[in-house]
Design a protein around this ligand. Sequence first.
Ligand code: GLY
Length: 422
Amino acid sequence: MRILVIGSGAREHALALGLSKDPATTELHFAPGNAGMEALGTCHPEAAKVDDPQAMLALAKKVEAELVVVGPEIPLVAGVADALRENGFAVFGPNKDAARIEGSKAFAKDVMAAAGVATARAEQITPGASDEEIEKALDNFGPHYVVKDDGLAGGKGVVVTDDRAAARAHVDAVLAAGNPVLLESFLDGPEVSLFCLVDGEVVVPLLPAQDHKRAYDNDEGPNTGGMGAYTPLPWLPEDGVRRIVDEVCKPVAHEMVARGCAYSGLLYAGLAWGKEGPAVVEFNCRFGDPETQAVLALLKSPLAEVLNAVATGKLAELPPLEWEDGYALTVVLAAENYPASPRKGDVITGADSEAVLHAGTARNEAGELVSAGGRVLNVIGTGATLADARDNAYAVLKDIAMDGGHYRSDIALPAVEGKISV
Ligand code: GLY
């Protein structure tokens, strides 16, 4: 199978690695890919505009792709999957109307209300709202304020704060950019990321994971795109995945079919496990980053066959997924000044291990590996226990050098120490 993967982060590197191990894969192409993916297939730097449906279609035609896997949300929300499907390509990733589950938080809330799915109480503020209307809306929330940009914001759209002035400042900033704001009640409890393969009403869960969104140890510092993740979750109740599938993912898949925008691809449910069980924080229309890097490290089933089954409407016929025993963990190496204004161009050495996935990397004129984004590398560790997986990942990280590079030293540590309970 000739496969085109759209995207250039560590999530796409993990997908490429998994696909490369499936004997059904004959050729891999990446739009545009990154320096780490070069070893697995052909990078197409000329196809860097991944949200341009016609550019992605042209590349799919050129490489005669038999399967196209869309990694990030931006091309999905922009209608890349629609353009490819209209031209006969098998695509892993939802069409534009179904991708609204991530592209519009108001749409997601509406779907959840109709499907009877537990989620935070929410109120929308639209551009043009008066000072009095904004203050009145804020009065309905707190003391923890959750303020969200209604559209896509690349992980920068959500502010969670106890400081009302900071909450108001984010409301003003989002409205000034012309987007609606969603105020939400704060959901208590440890977070779970559950990825489900969805093909209409057929829902197949992957292993549950948890990511660490704050920049520094002990969940301090600003929110990031994710500084590390681990899977599975030793603290999750035994019926945890079944409950999320039955109470959240299946009702949403059903509701999407009923609305005429059947879902096909990966539905990512971000949840908080509170006193009553799972409640939805957000949905994403694609694999999560960095959780995917850990989850796929434990997948034994052939990835090309799995993704192709969804893309061709045959998920119901796929044999049950098989997983390695044990745990996997990923730790993100971030650039100097990430997340505020990451420095680029720092030379990276010691990153040759197979356990290293590239996120924001490039080659300089001398051919050296350099940083080219905020999150630069992801290091994977696996092991019979979560503690072993941690040790293995951090042992690899110690050998990697990059000026200004920083990472969290406590990925999965609260779980290892038994400090998470539900
Ligand atoms: N792990 C967060 C995200 O993928 O959005």
